[in-house]
Design a protein around this ligand. Structure first.
Ligand SMILES: [Zn+2]
Length: 444
């Protein structure tokens, strides 16, 4: 980040005044001069540019509504910060009203300096004093007495921008999570699972059950991402603790939508943690897509809670018995390991298959079989017992090793799974995670 020195600020101010005078002489119209109100020596960054662009879009939108046109518009993008200077075909008071409206209504408005200079070179006064961005005190009390440090002011400004844009970018996170779950559902055939051919080994669900569930969860991905961003200043563990009640609410919504069928409990837990980790890493400019950093954050968030879970297991639930008997750790173990099954197995397999030119459906099938072949899926064991679950895993392994994963061979495997009432639900959740992480790097 480049810092400006006083001379540059003064130079920019002089240049602005010169442009204003020249435009007034040329057009005999009022001038709008829009710049950002940024404390400290760093006046521009991708985040500041995004906020400025948002203000500009709002300004142009409001002007268009009123039939007001900008004439001889000059856009400045210098180290001293972004600026717009333009003549305005409007009465000075009318355009000033628009500017005050934007400054007051937009959550970023506090950072906008939208000045209007009339044709006699006088600046229109705002009328209302602005409050302090750090403590909210009215008027210029804090700024004239330098009550707050520069870094306090910079933090406050950054927070205003990040907490504004997180509500724009949360939609993208939710979209990608929903898309990953849909692509997982659409992958056909899948052994024992609900797909577009059949309901696998399940009597109580079909594709529409999953579609309803996916719709019911779209707000949860947004909430998790926003929570992560809003708690980024706290410890990672605290974010994870605050995420749990949101996850429980999401499960309730899922059960309501599906008529009490568990379609995505594992996905709620895993993708919810990932979305919250992304929120913690969010910089206000774009959604994080560095998989390694995201996974590291997930582990930092969850390790102490999950270790406590495992050490207090007594064998009361089916999942606890599988852990105590076979060391199977399910979704929690996967998270604790830093998504080892995904990072080491299914994600590389998916990427490899796609780069070899296989179609996406078959590539996703290969990624799923990689997961089933790891033989750590608790759903497989709880439905079919450990012996059958291991044998089924070996069958998946054999197809991969022989490089003979085709629609036909997976269909046969599907029949075998259905015959033995097997269903790799845990692997399906991890396939969705795999698709989601891949989409962070590849989706536009
Ligand atoms: Zn203050």
């Amino acid at each position: 980040m480049k810092e400006v020195i006083l001379a540059q600020v003064l130079e920019a101010r002089e240049r602005r005044a010169m442009i204003q005078t020249r435009l007034i002489e040329k057009n005999n119209l009022p001038i709008i001069s829009f710049s950002m109100n940024i404390p400290g020596p760093v006046k521009t960054s991708p985040l500041i540019m995004r906020a400025f662009k948002h203000g500009l879009d709002r300004l142009i939108e409001e002007c268009e509504k009123e039939g007001i046109r900008l004439v001889d518009r000059i856009d400045i993008d210098e180290v001293t910060g972004p600026e717009l200077i333009s003549s305005v075909r409007s009465d000075a008071n009318d355009i000033k009203k628009i500017c005050i409206k934007i400054e007051e209504e937009s959550k970023l408005g506090r950072l906008f300096d939208m000045d209007i200079i009339d044709t006699d070179n006088s600046k229109l006064e705002r009328g209302i004093e602005r409050s302090c961005i750090v403590c909210g005190k009215e008027g210029r009390y804090c700024s004239s007495r330098r009550v707050h440090t520069v870094s306090e002011l910079q933090n406050a400004v950054r927070n205003v921008m990040v907490s504004f844009f997180v509500h724009e970018d949360k939609k993208r996170v939710s979209e990608l999570a929903s898309l990953a779950l849909l692509k997982e559902l659409d992958t056909t055939p899948k052994p024992g699972l609900v797909d577009r051919n059949n309901n696998g080994s399940h009597k109580d669900m079909d594709p529409s059950t999953f579609e309803k569930s996916i719709r019911s969860l779209s707000s949860y991905w947004e909430e998790s991402f926003v929570l992560g961003s809003e708690t980024a200043a706290l410890s990672p563990e605290e974010t994870f603790i605050k995420l749990r009640p949101l996850g429980i609410e999401a499960e309730q919504r899922m059960y309501e939508a599906t008529g009490n069928v568990n379609t995505h409990k594992g996905a709620i837990f895993l993708l919810g943690t990932i979305a919250a980790a992304m929120g913690r890493l969010y910089d206000g400019v774009s959604i994080p897509n560095d998989i390694e950093r995201i996974i590291t954050e997930c582990v930092a968030m969850s390790t102490s809670s999950l270790q406590a879970d495992f050490s207090s297991m007594s064998g009361k639930t089916a999942g606890e018995r599988l852990y105590l008997q076979y060391g199977l750790t399910g979704a929690r173990g996967e998270l604790l390991s830093g998504f080892e099954s995904v990072i080491k197995h299914s994600l590389p397999a998916l990427k490899r298959a796609l780069s070899e030119g296989l179609d996406r459906n078959l590539a996703q099938d290969i990624a799923l079989l990689e997961l089933v072949a790891l033989k750590n899926d608790t759903n497989m064991v709880s439905r079919g017992g450990i012996v059958l679950a291991r044998e089924a895993g070996d069958r998946a392994r054999a197809l991969i090793d022989e490089d003979s994963v085709t629609i036909e061979s997976v269909k046969k495997l599907d029949e075998y799974f259905i015959e033995h009432n097997l269903s790799p639900g845990g692997s399906a959740d991890l396939l969705a995670v795999t698709i989601f992480l891949d989409s962070l790097e590849t989706e536009e």
